[in-house]
Design a protein around this ligand. Structure first.
Ligand SMILES: *[C@@H]1O[C@H](CO)[C@@H](O)[C@H](O)[C@H]1NC(C)=O
Ligand SMILES: *[C@@H]1O[C@H](CO)[C@@H](O)[C@H](O)[C@H]1NC(C)=O
Ligand SMILES: *[C@@H]1O[C@H](CO)[C@@H](O)[C@H](O)[C@H]1NC(C)=O
Ligand SMILES: *[C@@H]1O[C@H](CO)[C@@H](O)[C@H](O)[C@H]1NC(C)=O
Length: 467
């Protein structure tokens, strides 16, 4: 009796210690952090690092809350920076893409019955914070349904800043850590816009956020130069005829939000009659098969007016993987383990929200002015590009960033990973540009080892390896 009582007391004490003791060794977590701790996800392999997920309210009046998933660094998390990853769309989930297909510690198996380790996960080098933004993406929600019809770049940046400020209050031991923001595709808008929002916040705050740099891949940057570069990529990769190329160049405006009907029909002709059934996010990869064996590409989603098409730059490569995510993250046991969907959201979790995408209210025509601001603030800025993506191709990025007219510090050279050319790079005063050879739109999915090297060099602030 006495023994079992002692046992009981010790067990209770032990549990208490486990529950309330700071898991990070640093300052005491508040209740929020302890409640957000993930014990294990269904079908998850055993891991050595901690995970947290949950909601942060960003607007009380409207009832908007953003969902995050933190996977801490696998080695010495306390000495590692905090890296935020954002996917684009607009309307796509960083949990569907970044966490589950690209840089996160797990991949979803093809039965969606469990998770397998990703040996090139970026959490070997940093604590990774995946944020579903804006409200309406993934598990992030709003109680004011009209929000879904008028969200845009502006609200995304403001809500994401609000998220970060409140998240750091919940995880105070991250307040002194270096912070980097990274992402791809339409997050080419979100990442610099959030960085600018943070600079403005820091200018007024006595507790500045320790933002040290940003890195974006296959990033939507400047309407005119992106569109010009995209059409040029199609032509230079023999996806379209000389005739169509010249007609596009001579007919389209490229800077307009809504192109003329004449221009639209040229885009339609190029995609329907000349592209063929390819995966535009990786022009040399096989597209995903439907269960009946027919090919499912995102062609149909691309047959849209130019404006919509420009907004359509989904973060996702679709080698079937996002289908597994949509099964896994809709499982009630998975949602419970993640502390997700606690308010019974009235629609399913999807990798991308069509509703947000269709109703995107405001967008910056060019992000280049923000680049200038960030560079002059001394922030580390890296821009990379998978060079077999035809949606936001390398030519688009090169045309765009060349408008910054930056002085070259280290001239163009091939960079190496495991004795192979990983891509090419040039270091400018204030910005590093790097390509990833043979990678599609989602660079870490297609070239995980090269992507990890890129991340390593970025974090160190050193040029990519010359051998
Ligand atoms: C949204 O509404 C639900 C149900 O009333 C409530 O439980 C929840 O706290 C609200 N969310 C926010 C962020 O206010
Ligand atoms: C699609 O199906 C064909 C024929 O069954 C198969 O050879 C190919 O590998 C499949 N592609 C993918 C990406 O699964
Ligand atoms: C949230 O949960 C409800 C059931 O309670 C489910 O019908 C809905 O699809 C879920 N939505 C999301 C976004 O997970
Ligand atoms: C929608 O965009 C317009 C024009 O860019 C802007 O004036 C307005 O404030 C935006 N609405 C919201 C809800 O952000």
């Amino acid at each position: 009796m006495a023994n079992s009582q002692i046992y009981f007391t010790l067990t209770a004490f032990f549990l208490l210690v486990v529950i309330i003791s700071p898991t990070q060794g640093g300052s005491q977590p508040d209740d929020g952090a302890a409640a957000d701790r993930i014990w294990a996800l269904p079908g998850q392999p055993e891991v050595s690092f901690e995970q947290f997920s949950g909601y942060v309210t960003v607007n009380r009046a409207a009832g908007r809350a953003l969902f995050y998933w933190l996977t801490e660094a696998s080695i010495q998390p306390l000495s590692k920076p905090l890296v935020i990853w954002l996917n684009g769309g607009p309307g796509c989930s960083s949990i569907a893409y970044g966490a589950s297909e690209e840089i996160g510690p797990f991949r979803i198996n093809n039965k969606a019955s469990g998770l397998v380790p990703n040996k090139f996960s970026w959490n070997s080098l940093a604590n990774l914070l995946f944020l579903e933004t804006p409200a309406g993406v993934g598990f992030s929600y709003t109680n004011r349904s009209s929000d879904l019809l008028n969200t845009g770049d502006r609200r995304t940046a403001k809500d994401s800043l609000e998220f970060l400020v409140r998240w750091l209050n919940r995880f105070p031991w991250y307040k002194t850590r270096d912070i980097f923001i990274t992402g791809e595709s339409y997050a080419g808008h979100y990442v610099p816009q959030l960085a600018r929002e943070i600079l403005a916040y820091n200018a007024k705050s006595s507790h500045p956020i320790h933002l040290k740099g940003i890195m974006v891949g296959n990033a939507v940057t400047d309407n005119y130069y992106d569109n010009l570069g995209t059409v040029t990529y199609w032509w230079s990769h023999a996806m379209i005829s000389d005739k169509t190329y010249h007609e596009l160049i001579n007919t389209c405006d490229f800077s307009r939000q809504k192109e003329s009907n004449e221009c639209e029909s040229l885009y339609t002709y190029a995609m329907d009659k000349e592209f063929g059934n390819i995966d535009q996010y990786n022009i040399y990869a096989p597209p995903c098969n439907n269960s009946d064996g027919s090919l499912a590409t995102r062609q149909s989603t691309m047959r849209l007016p130019h404006r919509t098409r420009a907004f359509r730059q989904k973060a996702g490569y679709d080698p079937c993987t996002e289908k597994y995510a949509e099964i896994y993250f809709n499982r009630p046991d998975v949602q419970k383990a993640l502390h997700a969907n606690i308010t019974k959201i009235p629609y399913r979790w999807t990798a991308c929200s069509e509703l947000l995408n269709r109703n995107w209210n405001d967008t910056d025509v060019s992000i280049l002015p923000i680049y200038r601001e960030l560079i002059s603030s001394g922030m580390r800025v890296w821009v990379f590009s998978g060079d077999v993506d035809s949606v936001v191709p390398v030519t688009a990025t090169r045309y765009s960033i060349s408008q910054l007219k930056l002085r070259t510090k280290v001239p163009w050279y091939p960079w190496y990973v495991k004795n192979q050319v990983g891509g090419w790079t040039e270091v400018y005063e204030g910005l590093t540009f790097a390509t990833v050879r043979g990678a599609g739109h989602e660079v870490p999915l297609f070239k995980p080892r090269a992507a990890l090297q890129l991340f390593k060099s970025f974090l160190k602030g050193e040029p990519l390896p010359k051998s």
